[in-house]
Design a protein around this ligand. Structure first.
Ligand code: AMP
Length: 112
């Protein structure tokens, strides 16, 4: 099981914001901004580089869920950033695809 599957199974605690059949949304344990939330599909796709055509609808739903979550957390108007780290150079540390939703302050560009 990946760490995120353990959160879904409630084997590891997390500050869960929402959950449905296909995904779970919870606060990042090490926030990099005032709002830092992870959106995780329950299907353990290791990383974006390994997603397939079969995952097309799921990936679209995750983006729309990020939009809804940003609105619910009050950062829709001020703005937010979605990040997906894929692979070693991308900064991925947990091999279970997830979207980072960051906001609540101006975010720098380019990323480090
Ligand atoms: P990434 O580096 O893109 O793979 O992102 C993994 C993210 O998971 C990091 O931002 C971590 O802070 C976060 N993380 C690790 N363990 C936990 C946990 N138990 N609960 C919530 N977030 C976590």
């Amino acid at each position: 099981m990946t760490l995120f599957q353990k959160i879904v199974a409630r084997e590891i605690p997390a500050k869960i914001i929402s959950e449905d059949d296909e995904s779970i949304v919870f606060h990042d344990i090490n926030p990099q901004a005032p709002i830092h939330v992870l959106l995780v599909p329950k299907k353990p796709i290791p990383r974006l580089a390994e997603a397939t055509e079969e995952d097309r609808i799921l990936l679209g739903k995750l983006l729309l869920k990020a939009q809804v979550t940003a609105h619910a957390l009050g950062i829709s108007q001020t703005g937010f950033r979605i990040v997906i780290n894929s692979g070693r150079h991308g900064g991925e540390t947990i091999p279970h695809l997830h979207l980072h939703l960051l906001g609540g302050r101006p975010l720098g560009w380019p990323p480090g």
